[in-house]
Design a protein around this ligand. Sequence first.
Ligand code: PMP
Length: 430
Amino acid sequence: MTTIQNQDDLYGAPTPGALSDEVFENYRRYVNPPLARVMKLSGSPIEVRAEGSTIWDQNGKTYLDFAGGYGVFTLGHRHPRVLAAVREQLDRIALSGKTMFNVLLGRASKRLAELAPGDLEISFWCNSGTEAVEGAIKLARVATGRKKIVATHDAYHGKTFGALSASGREAFQTPFRPLLADVAHIPFGATDTLDAVLADAAAFIVEPVQGEGGVNVPPAGYLRAVREACDRTGALFIADEVQTGFGRCGYRFGCDRDGVVPDLMTLAKGLSGGVVPVGAYIARSPIWMRAYGKAPLIHTSTFGGSELACAAALAAMEVLESERLVENARERGEQLLAGCAEIAAEFPQVVARVRGLGLLVGVELRSEGYGGWIIPEMLKHGVTAAWTLNQQRVIRLEPPLVVSSEEIERALGALRAGVAAALGNLGSLE
Ligand code: PMP
């Protein structure tokens, strides 16, 4: 294990214990008091450094990052080419002054259009996934002149008002009602009701694989049926690729699995290689023009499309292609899923089933509570994992796409230990 006990890694605190006390006290008073207590109770370490698939804590212990920032770290932490691009850009111009042309915004938008499916062409840059979704929903309303947005049960699109309205979890929505009017939810993966519900809709928003909904993989051909229903009804097809984009599922984009081109695609997480926060939507040109052809400034973002973010995104898109990460995601994803299936077969009392596509893998447990035993045990074994936000019975594994075969085996070892510990706890309850 590499140890990092120097002062820099302790952020100036004299000992790891002093750093823990300071962090907890700051969280308890100034960040989020109830969350601080939950994190402390579950023994959450402090992240002090990260590189590739590895995070170091305050004691110098290393963890394989299989929570992967909920899908942000497609290139791993701090990929050297992204860091170099960002450092170089810091010495030129960091944030856009907004009144002049921005070279990198143009280049990053062009590169995104080249990589995105079909004729997706014009992009809008913002700073998070939920902002990308807001932008797409607004564009769809203006472009079609219709109001209704159709989404799916268990969907996750973000937590700002528009995106939250399209999301499919009551617990996140109820305290904030009323939400956006005119939003309908239909079952994910079902095609029989599409035509009827989309007849008067501005858009259908859907994830190619539902990440936060519990890693739900639709039947092959689902997105093709969605495309056809949208063509018949005039509703726009918004593919929310915030989590599935940039190789996560073993395809460059989740839509590539079905070979379809949506009208709008929302992106974030992997787009800038996990170094600078960024989000974007990309739209087909005629649709964008219908909405904003005569009103270029009615949807804008001060920070969006900064030189810094675009430099990171350009480097990240280059690394994704040159390091063949999409292929690696597919191969390592098969290894990970097969290993999880073995564990499920070995411990049927704990694991109900496993599923996934590429390096987005979900382990469905027989009961919500089991995750509370498994995730801390995996941490003890030096591997991070996380729940999915809309489905507490599913643990997600989404490591960086640069993950090696050996790292997958280590993570599987930790998962097996976690599941065995859960079974042991069950036994002691009986
Ligand atoms: N859409 C999808 C599909 C997501 O998975 C997420 C985040 N998990 C979001 C939108 C929201 O992204 P953010 O947290 O950056 O706002």
